[in-house]
Design a protein around this ligand. Structure first.
Ligand code: 26V
Length: 754
């Protein structure tokens, strides 16, 4: 294919002009049309079984570079545009980013689709086409505000398949319109699909923030991901969303099965269904309903479904383990109620332990319990997380079905998270070990001998500097802040949650601020970068954002401090921000309370881009520490066993830690005149009180060891060669965290697609 000829044909047809005369936006649309057609024309991978990956979230990020890379056109396009005096990066700025996810779970689903296609496995995603995403985050008066985040333009990556399904809700029916996005594989010349269901007549964006009529299900079902569920209408809408997704998805699966020449009795052999957290769990009773309606016995239907379905658990936080009142299901999908009751009866037959029942004494349906009894596999997402599931959270289930439990440590696609987001590092790697690592990330280990090569290490430091300058320009352009490229970039980006402990990082900022004020300056300036969205109804998370924004204002306005310590919170943190922040990072903050972060995936992306982790022994940090060795990671804090023991024995009393001399003055700074005059006194006081008296995620337990370790990391940064060696070992050992490895394991041990 001649790229230039094709591009010219498209711009002529669409805009009546040559590519040279097009605006960036026009070039974007021309490249979109071209790429989309090439991807959509590819055949699907072949195999005896086909996978459907059900997920409420797919955080895809922008797709132009990604798809050009998968189609093998990235370099050619870049140089063609460069010859025209244009830049692919500037053109990609015109692409709206779909924010169809919260964080790790949604981005994981997107990485998985990329890897499934790259491994040439037959596997499609199934989800919903949210029109206004999660929300767009704005800061006003140092607080988060939420706005709709529309991303669907008349021309987008969505293709109307023409397929429609009817979803039977209690009292009314709703048509499900099926849109597809092509997911081209990087290696096989094939493409899978992401199937996104939508309502036929979606609502316009709300006039006022993200408030809308949650009872208007027919129009608002696909407005937002996770509508505010602090009231009954919001909760019901969540259940409507979930049933809409799985009912349409299940019908589609049975249609495709028939198209492939198989009958319903072949489901278990021919279809694999991965249930990504519990949002899609109703696919189990829905498939049983459809199969029995077609004449199959309940026993046979349940057996087919069990052979197909597998469940992934992504959290042990009780509030995130879904339990819906049966009465909600009676309203949304009454036809499922007798099926769920029958599944509960069978579960109780298998075990007399009421902890493993599906329906509890309050009439709530435990979605995960349904998945575990009536699927064939349960997996956690990092070694430690799976052990915690087996030994505590899901222990009664593990005793009942030990053979169902398995671990699949998460991974990330190195095509987006190294090749595409860090071209300078990619070139440096390829110069040293060739480009075999692009197909097999394990080959990055070949870099290890460069640890003794001064030239290589100097080059690696130059790459990091280049990426820091790139981020510096982006911060200047988007947020109007000028950071010092020679400062240490210390970065914490992830959803705002108390267990992730952004508040503990804020206490370190206070520590450093007070050090500088008393004349103890660091060896080198430090820039602390945050990015985080808080769930709209999560008050404490919003309070923490307020604290960070107040600390930002305080340090920015103090001429004594500003040259040495900067705090920058990026607005509307999303995949595009991550792609600029991660390659520029020196210190990767992974400081969750041990046992609470199931895996983490930004820890893997940072590592692959040569950042050094400062973290607790939690989630996949444990596996990172094992791989790189103690000299190449900074770990601290209570162990997960200690934390689990403290919760079990009620042995944690924050006041005891508060009264330690190294802690009290930091916490009390929250209500200091300096901060109270900048921020909202009510909010700061509430935070201060919570930290002293509740501190549910034990920031005060670990804050001293955290500060000590961070001081050590900052000091050791000054030996630039030794630091470059740490960077190199992290990059070299990161190959294990390629989602290609994760997906190969899912396929070998759960899906068996080929
Ligand atoms: C729960 C809830 C409950 C309240 C409404 C919003 C909401 C949204 C999502 C969830 C499920 C949380 C599960 C989750 O996101 N887990 C993350 O999964 C990542 C991928 O496996 C993993 O790296 C993170 O450690 C884990 O927190």
């Amino acid at each position: 294919m001649d790229l230039k000829e094709n591009l010219t044909a498209v711009t002529q047809a669409q805009f009546g002009r040559l590519p040279d005369a097009c605006t960036d936006r026009q070039l974007y649309h021309a490249l979109l049309a071209l790429t989309q057609k090439l991807a959509a024309d590819r055949p699907a991978p072949q195999g005896g079984r086909k996978l459907y990956y059900f997920s409420a979230e797919f955080l895809m990020g922008k797709l132009l570079s990604n798809n050009l890379l998968a189609l093998g056109l990235f370099e050619e396009t870049r140089s063609l545009l460069e010859d025209m005096g244009r830049s692919l990066a500037a053109i990609e700025e015109c692409e709206p980013e779909p924010s169809l996810g919260n964080g790790g779970l949604g981005r994981l689903a997107a990485c998985f689709l990329d890897s499934i296609a790259a491994l040439d496995l037959p596997g499609d995603g199934v989800g919903l086409n949210y029109h206004y995403g999660l929300f767009r985050q704005k800061f006003a008066c140092r607080k988060q505000q939420e706005q709709p985040d529309p991303w669907i333009e008349p021309e987008s990556w969505l293709l109307d398949t023409g397929r429609r399904y009817t979803v039977p809700f209690g009292g009314f029916e709703l048509e499900a319109v099926l849109y597809d996005m092509a997911v081209p594989g990087a290696n096989g010349g094939t493409a899978n699909r992401l199937h996104l269901f939508d309502v036929p007549d979606p609502a316009d964006p709300p006039a006022n923030g993200i408030d809308f009529d949650k009872r208007d299900v027919a129009h608002c079902l696909t407005s937002f991901l996770y509508p505010d569920d602090s009231d009954r209408d919001g909760q019901l809408l969540r259940v409507y969303q979930q049933y809409f997704m799985v009912s349409a998805g299940a019908q589609m699966i049975l249609d495709e099965l028939a198209e492939r020449g198989f009958g319903p009795g072949d489901l278990g052999d021919r279809v694999a269904i991965q249930i990504n957290d519990t949002h899609p769990s109703m696919v189990i009773p829905e498939l049983i309903r459809l199969l029995t309606a077609g004449g199959m016995s309940f026993d046979d239907a349940a057996a087919q479904v069990e052979k197909s379905c597998a469940y992934t658990n992504h959290t042990i936080l009780a509030e995130a383990l879904e339990k819906w009142p049966l009465e909600y299901i009676q309203t949304v999908a009454p036809q499922l109620v007798p099926i769920i009751q029958e599944l509960d009866r069978r579960a109780r037959q298998r075990s007399g332990d009421s902890r493993v029942a599906i329906l509890d004494e309050w009439g709530r349906v435990h979605m995960a319990h349904m998945d575990i009894h009536f699927g064939h596999s349960v997996n956690g997402v990092a070694a430690l997380h799976t052990e915690i599931l087996k030994n505590s959270e899901l222990k009664p289930f593990y005793d009942l079905y030990p053979e169902k439990f398995n671990n699949k440590t998460n991974g990330v696609t190195f095509r987006r998270w190294l090749q595409a987001c860090d071209p300078a590092l990619s070139a440096w790697i390829t110069d040293r070990i060739g480009d075999g690592w692009k197909k097999d990330a394990a080959e990055l280990e070949k870099l290890l001998p460069c640890a003794d090569d001064a030239g290589s290490l100097a080059g690696l430091l130059e790459v990091k500097q280049h990426n820091k300058r790139r981020l510096q320009r982006m911060l200047a352009r988007r947020q109007g802040v000028e950071v010092d490229e020679n400062s240490i970039f210390d970065i914490q980006v992830k959803r705002l949650h108390e267990y992730k402990r952004q508040q503990m990082n804020a206490l370190w900022v206070i520590f450093k601020y007070l050090e500088i004020k008393s004349g103890r300056r660091p060896a080198r300036p430090i820039t602390v970068l945050f990015g985080a969205k808080a769930a709209p109804a999560y008050t404490m998370a919003k309070h923490i954002i307020h604290l960070i924004l107040c600390l930002q204002a305080l340090t920015e306005s103090d001429p004594e401090v500003r040259p040495w310590l900067r705090v920058v919170m990026v607005e509307n943190y999303n995949v595009s921000w991550a792609e600029a922040l991660i390659p520029a990072c020196d210190i990767s903050e992974q400081i969750s309370l041990a046992s609470k972060e199931a895996s983490g995936t930004s820890n893997m992306k940072f590592m692959a881009n040569g950042a050094v982790t400062l973290g607790t022994m939690d989630g996949a940090n444990v596996e990172i520490a094992e791989l790189v060795g103690p000299e190449n990671i900074y770990t601290f804090g209570a162990s997960s066993d200690e934390v689990i023991g403290l919760y079990a024995g009620g042995g944690y009393h924050p006041l005891e830690h508060y009264h330690r001399p190294g802690v009290e003055y930091l916490v009390d700074f929250l209500i200091s005149p300096e901060l109270m005059s900048i921020g909202d006194p009510g909010v700061l006081t509430a935070l201060w009180r919570d930290m002293k008296h509740k501190d549910w995620f034990m920031a005060l337990l670990d804050v001293e060891s955290y500060i000590a370790r961070k001081e050590q990391a900052l000091a050791e940064y000054e030996d630039r060669t030794a630091w470059a060696r740490k960077m190199l070992v992290n990059i070299a050992k990161s190959g294990y965290f390629s989602s290609d490895r994760t997906i190969a394991q899912y396929n070998d041990e759960i899906w068996r697609l080929r």
